[in-house]
Design a protein around this ligand. Structure first.
Ligand code: ATP
Length: 307
């Protein structure tokens, strides 16, 4: 079931079209990454979905509620982590969460119980007596996540959650997001970090200049953008006539005296046939591996194809 649905979403600021005719959905319990360079329109999309901005045309639904006609309801259903969340440095974690929980209309008992559970879940409980101003950036970002989760939202929007963090802080926050994913939260994650998208997302939307360039799981995107996977066989010694030997089994892509690579859509059939043929010709196979294909290759290929 779709928790979030964007249909023909368009947002213009004067003459700038930040988001143009974007349609997609986020299913219950999935992490969808919105991946794109600076200025692609990620933040604008999220702000429309969170009922902070009104779309110029098109519409968005959160749990079936239209952001245009039921903005308050939508804001209640959404937990939002913005790019540069401000924390009140003089406050301590429980005091801070109590303050925001009250603003969200939670009663005192629920506020305290949720705050305690979340601080423990995010490994911040030990720091509950420190002021937020003394927290590291990674801890502050996790606090911002706790704040976004306090009212038990139906969906979380995370806008560049690790952009301003050092590697350790980014790692901590990614671990926290991975934990939320395991717990079945529905998350829309905006990022221009490919590792983050690759490790955290179930599906990706690649967005550029306000338009969706490609969408799918990482495997689907790799197959769609980069073609069928490539396998490489390494032999112990050179083998005479290597490419011709395999000519009727696969079409060789590249080869050397003791190695060969080929592309195949059906490795479960092709690879055993390649092995048999090479062994019958006296070849000793050292390895047969799929060549690694990274999300980076997909992303750069797509960005390179944009005029
Ligand atoms: P980043 O990764 O840098 O945050 P983004 O993908 O989130 O980028 P947006 O912030 O949505 O991109 O911006 C998309 C475009 O809309 C940019 O050209 C930006 O300058 C423009 N834009 C965003 N907000 C406004 C605004 N309030 N007024 C005018 N233009 C805006």
């Amino acid at each position: 079931m779709a928790v979030v649905e964007a249909v023909g979403l368009t947002k213009r600021f004067g003459t700038i079209t930040a988001v143009e005719n974007v349609s997609f959905h986020v299913r219950e319990g999935e992490v969808l990454a919105l991946l794109g360079p600076n200025g692609a329109g990620k933040t604008t999309t999220v702000r429309c979905l969170a009922a902070i901005l009104r779309p110029t045309s098109g519409y968005a639904l959160v749990a079936g509620h239209d952001t245009r006609t039921a903005p308050r309801r939508v804001r209640h259903l959404v937990g939002l982590l913005t790019e540069f969340p401000g924390l009140y440095g003089r406050m301590k974690p429980l005091e801070y969460l109590d303050f925001f929980g009250a603003m969200q209309g939670l009663d005192a008992h629920t506020r305290r119980a949720r705050a305690e559970t979340l601080l423990k879940q995010f490994n911040l409980w030990h720091a509950r007596r420190q002021r937020l101003g003394q927290f590291s950036k990674g801890m502050r970002q996790k606090m911002a996540l706790v704040r976004a989760l306090l009212h038990a939202p139906k969906v979380l929007f995370l806008d560049e959650p690790t952009a301003a963090l050092d590697p350790e802080g980014a790692y901590q926050v990614r671990q926290a997001i991975a934990d939320l994913r395991r717990r079945g939260h529905t998350i829309l994650l905006c990022t221009h970090n490919l590792v983050e998208a690759e490790t955290l997302a179930d599906r990706l939307l690649i967005i550029h200049r306000g338009r969706i360039l490609a969408r799918g799981t990482i495997e689907e995107l790799k197959a769609h953008v980069l073609g069928d996977p490539v396998f490489r066989v390494q032999l112990a010694q050179p083998l005479e006539g290597l490419p011709d030997l395999l000519g009727d089994v696969v079409s060789p892509l590249e080869w050397g005296p003791d190695w060969i690579s080929y592309r195949t859509r059906t490795p479960t059939q092709t690879n055993p046939a390649v092995i048999s043929r090479l062994q019958a010709a006296g070849g000793h196979i050292v390895t047969l591996v799929e060549e690694p294909r990274r999300l980076e290759d997909v992303y750069l290929r797509l960005m390179g194809a944009v005029p």
